[in-house]
Design a protein around this ligand. Structure first.
Ligand code: AMP
Length: 179
């Protein structure tokens, strides 16, 4: 837990919109579009994540489809780093490495181009929301299979009641706000 920092970033919650029963009944979708649309909130979000990882060398920032791309791209620019998209099965055009991950019912696959990472490169993994942590953990495994080192993982928010953080022990995981 990071109580100090979480309190500091608490004002960002004003820019997260709860959508009940989306995409299905019982799920409260955390909509980040108000945060993206606000110049102060969006700039602050990127700067605060960059600040946390500033001491680390980051060669590439990896964004998880699709909202992760929106956070990863400005971070990559900020770090003068490369950008890697990780996508759902069948979307990437070149040879891929694939990693399966658990869903509530069944499983799915995340994919990355085989040549996206040079051996030993330090990769910062970015998404909008950490829920159960399955997506983030699968992406960390994919990064390592492709020869990268996980410099850290960052999300705008975590749904702490789902305990996704416990799936990421051993990694530097940082989120700005927690529900
Ligand atoms: P998980 O693998 O359970 O940690 O789910 C994380 C992925 O699902 C991220 O890519 C999120 O964008 C998305 N996600 C999961 N739950 C929510 C939610 N309540 N609101 C918005 N996105 C979510």
């Amino acid at each position: 837990m990071q109580p100090e920092r979480e309190r500091d970033h608490e004002w960002l919650k004003e820019f997260i919109r709860d959508i009940p029963d989306f995409p299905k009944e019982g799920v409260t979708f955390k909509d980040i579009t108000p945060l993206l649309a606000d110049k102060k909130a969006f700039t602050y979000t990127i700067d605060a994540i960059a600040h946390h990882f500033d001491r680390d060398e980051v060669d590439k920032v990896l964004g998880i489809e699709a909202r992760g791309f929106m956070v990863a791209a400005p971070l990559a620019y900020r770090f003068t780093a490369g950008l890697i998209p990780v996508r759902k099965k069948g979307k990437l055009p070149w040879h891929v490495e694939s990693q399966s991950y658990e869903l509530e019912y069944g499983h799915d696959h995340l994919e990355m181009h085989k040549d996206a990472i040079e051996p030993g490169e330090r990769i910062l993994i970015v998404d909008d929301v950490l829920a159960t942590g399955g997506t983030a953990r699968a992406t960390a495994q994919l990064t390592e299979v492709c020869g990268g080192k996980v410099a850290g993982l960052a999300t705008i928010m975590e749904l702490s009641f789902l305990e996704g953080r416990s799936k990421l022990s051993g990694y530097d995981f940082f989120s700005l706000i927690s529900y």
